[in-house]
Design a binder for this molecule. Structure first.
Ligand SMILES: N[C@@H](CCC(=O)N[C@@H](CS)C(=O)NCC(=O)O)C(=O)O
Length: 205
């Protein structure tokens, strides 16, 4: 059974748990003592020198980075639906994986790190980046149900968590009804699981 070195409050860990739940992939969860810095010490620093979680282990294979892990899980256990191989469709999915890694990580994720966890960073810049990406998402989702295709893909799983957790970073989602409707559609997927701050019922968070 694959193993996830995990932190319950991490949206990056949650996206891996979520895709595995949707695909019914059994997962051994290994909680990491984040406050004690377990991810910065041996043995974890030996398998991920970046000192970050999630870390995903499947047999001898060890992967870091939630987007890369979603790619692996989708290709190994999911159907073509979650990660298409057609050139244009695959590129469309990857475009949004990059948004998860860049605009969403440096926007709503950073705002939450500041407000919820007291991390010192430029909160003004994080809020500004959040408003920009939420506006782009709102505009995009006003005309389509899912980010990359006419069905859910790992693009949606990668981008949703820190958008849905935006309130924990002092941001409001009410001005973004299409984004709220998209989150609700993801919550309605069979097998959906929540995390602290993302309820599994119909509410936005
Ligand atoms: N690009 C990575 C980022 C992972 C990341 O930033 N993880 C956080 C927890 S959510 C972490 O381990 N941070 C290390 C630290 O702050 O010391 C991913 O998507 O998995």
């Amino acid at each position: 059974m694959p193993r996830l070195y995990d932190l319950e409050l991490s949206g990056n860990c949650y996206k891996v748990r979520l895709l595995c739940a949707l695909l019914k992939v059994p997962l051994e969860i290994v909680p990491v003592d984040f406050l004690a810095g377990e991810h910065k010490k041996s043995p974890l620093i030996g398998i991920n020198p970046f000192g970050e979680i999630p870390i995903f282990a499947d047999g001898d294979l060890v992967l870091r980075d939630s987007q890369a892990i979603l790619v692996y899980v989708a290709r190994k256990w999911g159907s073509e639906a979650w990660l298409p191989s057609d050139a244009a469709a695959l590129a469309r999915v990857v475009q949004w994986l990059m948004v998860a890694e860049n605009e969403i990580a440096r926007g709503p994720n950073d705002a939450r790190l500041h407000d919820k966890f007291g991390i010192e960073l430029d909160i003004g810049a994080a809020r500004e980046k959040s408003v920009r990406i939420l506006g782009i998402l709102e505009q995009h989702l006003a005309t389509t149900n899912w980010l990359a295709m006419d069905r859910p893909t790992i693009a949606d799983i990668a981008c949703m968590p820190y958008v849905a957790l935006a309130r924990e970073g002092g941001l409001k989602l009410d001005p973004y009804p299409a984004v709220e409707a998209w989150i609700a559609r993801i919550k309605a997927l069979p097998g959906f699981i929540g995390m602290p701050g993302i309820s599994p019922d119909g509410r936005t968070t």
